[in-house]
Write a protein that binds this ligand. Structure first.
Ligand code: FES
Length: 174
């Protein structure tokens, strides 16, 4: 089902954990499965004075493919300029892993979206002009996140109602 590269990145993920010092973080969730990812970036100038992703790390709660794509996106983004990193797509991530099963393609979207959101947060904080493609993708991701929160809220509300009903049905100890 998974390529050897996916399994390798899942077993030995690269750049996992939270950076001690970071410039921005991208937080995303997937409305299909409920998996979530935080991607941290540290931006610094290179010798030519360009902004580059000097360090990238991540924390992901998700499936095998989500872990492997998080690992791969961090490898792909590290050392890239902001302009280059913005162009990294979920296809690029999946291709670098030797492909993903069709049902798992959305997992690569999670990783690419988290990178997008981290760069968006950084550029916003720095008062930079946001490229149209970055803005468009950001709005799409935020819309999906709002849907996830709405669904999760319904789920939590149902759980709370069930707990209340169970508590009311419990015999008293008096
Ligand atoms: Fe959730 Fe893979 S099944 S990201």
């Amino acid at each position: 089902m998974y390529t050897e590269k996916v399994v390798e990145h899942f077993r030995h993920p690269h750049n996992m954990g939270k950076l001690k010092e970071y410039s921005a973080v991208g937080k995303v969730g997937n409305i299909l499965c409920g998996d979530v990812m935080w991607l941290y970036i540290r931006v610094a100038k290179d010798e030519q004075g360009r902004d580059v992703l000097a360090d990238v790390s991540w924390e992901t709660f998700g499936c095998t493919a989500a872990i492997a794509t998080s690992s791969m996106v961090s490898d792909l983004a590290k050392g890239r300029t902001l302009e280059e990193a913005i162009t990294i797509s979920n296809r690029d991530v999946a291709n670098e892993l030797g492909g993903l099963p069709p049902i798992k393609m959305h997992c690569s979207g999670l990783a690419a979206d988290a990178l997008n959101e981290a760069i968006y947060e950084y550029m916003t904080k720095e008062g930079r002009e946001i490229p149209a493609a970055l803005q468009e993708r950001h709005e799409h991701i935020q819309k999906d996140m709002a849907t996830l929160e709405e669904r999760y809220k319904v789920f939590l509300d149902r759980g709370a109602a069930k707990d209340d009903a169970s508590a009311a049905a419990e015999p008293s100890c008096s």
